[in-house]
Design a protein around this ligand. Structure first.
Ligand code: CTP
Ligand code: CA
Length: 232
């Protein structure tokens, strides 16, 4: 009922959102991961759907309790960065808006062990993991974007100052070729696993298009607002 009363200002848009954090296997029981819970990406999917968009959420290790709030949204689960990239490239060609909120592992393990690494086999010598770089999904989607498509990236930074946060965001948006980059400051006790978030949204003119602070849903609505503004 609440959703029905909201303005349907995203009606007619197909939006693909990635959320969560990818995990890169080391062996059958271990992985390289990150602290992303998927809550902000899921909140964007929820907000866009409530505002009338047709939404697909590509979820990398998003908590079941978070996914449970996504009734009516097509949720595709993935594990690794490679899987996330594959599913994003499958859905992006028919999307009007692509939002990469997932934390994608920058590197994967060069040779995944087929059996558990053991201390017995290591014989007192700690192993060294050789890593290889993962493809940059966002940069690829931005490069291959179709006419009129809006590409949105995210960046979690550990800046020295507020000014430094914006400068990092501007440089990163340019490197990726995204239309918008949503930047937030994170730290040991900031940004993760919390209900609230504070973001700055950088646009294609290297300006701050918007700033938002509040619940992840409020921030999600601000991101959807910024997307609709660039498409207006
Ligand atoms: N991203 C991606 N593919 C990758 C790495 C990142 O699509 N292999 C996307 C993320 O989903 C996010 C944006 O790029 O939307 C920025 O991610 P970030 O990790 O901040 O960018 P990096 O270029 O990896 O920079 P850093 O060295 O700061 O991690
Ligand atoms: Ca990265």
């Amino acid at each position: 009922i609440a959703a029905a009363l909201r303005p349907q200002d995203a009606a007619g848009l197909r939006i693909v959102v990635s959320a969560g954090g990818t995990r890169e296997p080391i062996d059958p029981v271990r992985y390289l991961g990150n602290r992303s819970s998927g809550r902000q990406g899921a909140a964007i999917a929820r907000a866009a759907a409530d505002r009338g968009a047709e939404v697909t959420l590509v979820a990398a290790h998003v908590d079941d309790v978070v996914v449970a709030e996504l009734a009516g949204i097509d949720v595709r689960r993935v594990g690794t960065a490679a899987e996330l990239g594959q599913v994003m490239r499958e859905f992006a060609p028919t999307a009007d808006v692509v939002i990469m909120a997932a934390a994608v592992a920058d590197y994967r393990v060069a040779e995944v062990a087929q059996r558990k690494l053991t201390k017995e086999a290591a014989n007192g010598v700690p192993p060294t993991l050789e890593l290889v770089e993962n493809d940059d999904i966002l940069a690829t989607l931005a490069r291959d974007r179709r006419e009129g498509q809006t590409i949105v990236g995210f960046a979690a930074e550990t800046p020295e100052t507020g000014e430094d946060l914006v400068e990092r965001g501007v440089r990163k948006r340019r490197r990726k070729g995204a239309d918008l980059l949503v930047v937030n400051a994170v730290g040991w006790t900031q940004g993760f696993e919390s209900a609230d978030n504070t973001v700055t949204i950088i646009d294609a003119r290297d300006s701050v298009a918007a700033s938002a602070s509040g619940t992840k849903r409020e921030v999600a609505d601000a991101v959807v607002d910024a997307v609709l503004a660039v498409r207006a």
